[in-house]
Design a protein. Structure first.
Length: 161
């Protein structure tokens, strides 16, 4: 879903078998430092989020997407804030300048979660000098944030926050 959504900006097409690259999906389900979340609304799946860095000092939102049918209605904002509440500590997320919607969204999340105590920087994409740098937003949680329904897809985790 995330790769399909990003194809609007990067022009990447599916593989010949109609799938997109799945290395991050595999990591999210198999690596102990990663965790996948299914974002739901009224028990219906509306998005996905992959988090890594759970064992380190900074958590990273690696992939985050909600279906277009619920965008700009608060579901993504609630889910992002809920993820931060589930794993307290410093956070970072990257997006591309060309994705104006993501830029507005993540700056808003950072402001809601951390007030004015967040930073933004551009970092080169590792191994890809042909690409423009990613924009990285970093923040920490300063207090309770809005909560939504997300469920971990790892069998050993609870099915609700």
């Amino acid at each position: 879903m995330f790769r399909h959504d990003m194809s609007e900006f990067n022009g990447v097409l599916p593989n010949t078998d109609a799938t997109y690259r799945s290395d991050r999906l595999d990591l999210a389900f198999d690596h102990p430092d990663w965790i996948p979340y299914l974002i739901t609304s009224d028990d219906r799946p509306i998005g996905l989020a992959f988090i890594y860095g759970l064992g380190g000092s900074v958590r990273t939102i690696n992939s985050f997407v909600v279906v277009r049918g619920v965008r700009r209605q608060g579901a993504g904002l609630r889910a992002a804030c809920d993820l931060v509440n589930l794993h307290p500590g410093p956070w970072q997320v990257a997006f591309q300048d060309v994705n104006a919607g993501a830029a507005r969204f993540w700056r808003r999340v950072a402001t809601i979660v951390a007030g004015q105590d967040w930073t933004e920087e551009r970092r080169a994409v590792p191994g890809r000098p042909d690409l423009p740098p990613d924009v990285w937003v970093s923040f920490g949680r300063i207090g309770p944030s809005p909560v939504s329904a997300i469920a971990s897809e790892r069998p050993s985790e609870s099915s609700s926050p």
